[in-house]
Design a protein around this ligand. Structure first.
Ligand SMILES: Nc1ncnc2c1ncn2[C@@H]1O[C@H](COP(=O)(O)OP(=O)(O)O)[C@@H](O)[C@H]1O
Ligand SMILES: [Mg+2]
Length: 263
């Protein structure tokens, strides 16, 4: 019997398909177990570059787990390929901003320290402090509008400012793939605007931008593609095709009222 994998391989025979396939992140049969809990079950989807992709689903749906599994931060079964090779072998191409609640804000680092850490990941300790690196870190802080806070301790910043620091660090990394987990939680409207501006710029530059969210709201309309998750993939693809009442009901149950913007 021919399974999905074999069918895909057959398709990749054609050269143009290979090109198309290679540029994306291909997740195939991804599964994660935490002891007796099956957090992700048989998740397969494609995440395309040059587009803004949102992962939506209720609390406990496995959104953070999906991102962590992609980056090899939790044990998983299945495969995650980027440009045809395991993503975990190319983590230098990834900038990851975890959920704010997962970061230790008492850690005694300044805004500048945190952004320079992005350069360490990119170049290693010795080269990270070059003039070029400092200029890149400075531009990143400027881009998110918090250069004047460069000497502040990160613990003293507001939620929105903290989120901007981590976005600046991600930018300083000069990554190809940007993964952010619930960046809109506990931030101000201005920060949300800056975040979406930067995401759109990155996508326009051909980067892959993947953002986890749980609240269905106006943020959904910014995304080109949406992955609707509840332990399994409920639907994935073009926003307008995914955000139907039926799919949302299957993902969230009766817990939310949402009026689909699908035409
Ligand atoms: N390290 C862990 N050990 C055990 N269970 C976990 C762990 N991390 C997450 N879980 C459980 O796995 C499920 C999915 O969690 P998570 O990926 O954080 O969901 P989401 O980000 O969508 O809210 C939840 O039921 C959560 O309680
Ligand atoms: Mg989460």
């Amino acid at each position: 019997m021919e399974d999905e994998n074999q069918a895909q391989e057959r398709v990749y025979h054609f050269k143009d398909r290979v090109m198309l396939h290679n540029a994306s992140i291909n997740i195939t049969h991804l599964g994660v177990r935490y002891r007796s809990l099956e957090a992700l079950d048989n998740v397969s989807c494609v995440i395309k570059p040059g587009r803004l992709t949102g992962i939506y689903g209720p609390n406990g749906a496995g959104k953070s787990t999906l991102m962590k599994a992609m980056l090899g931060l939790v044990d998983s079964s299945g495969t995650v390929l980027y440009q045809g090779k395991p993503l975990t072998e190319q983590l230098e191409k990834v900038a990851y901003v975890p959920q704010r609640s997962a970061i230790d804000w008492t850690y005694p680092a300044t805004v500048w320290d945190v952004v320079m850490m992005g350069r360490v990941k990119k170049t290693g300790w010795l080269r990270s402090f070059s003039g070029v690196s400092r200029q890149i870190a400075k531009s990143a802080l400027q881009r998110v509008g918090i250069l004047e806070y460069r000497d502040r301790a990160i613990g003293q910043l507001s939620g929105g400012q903290q989120q901007r620091v981590f976005l600046a660090r991600a930018l300083a990394q000069e990554a190809e793939i940007f993964c952010l987990d619930e960046p809109f939680v506990g931030i101000d409207q201005k920060t949300q605007t800056v975040l979406f501006e930067v995401f759109h710029e990155l996508a326009a530059a051909g980067k892959t931008v993947l953002v986890v969210n749980h609240d269905l709201g106006e943020t959904t309309t910014h995304f080109d593609d949406i992955i609707l998750l509840n332990r399994q993939i409920i639907a994935a693809g073009l926003r307008k095709q995914v955000m139907t009442e039926q799919n949302l009901y299957r993902a969230y149950g009766g817990k939310v009222m949402y009026f689909s913007d699908a035409a």
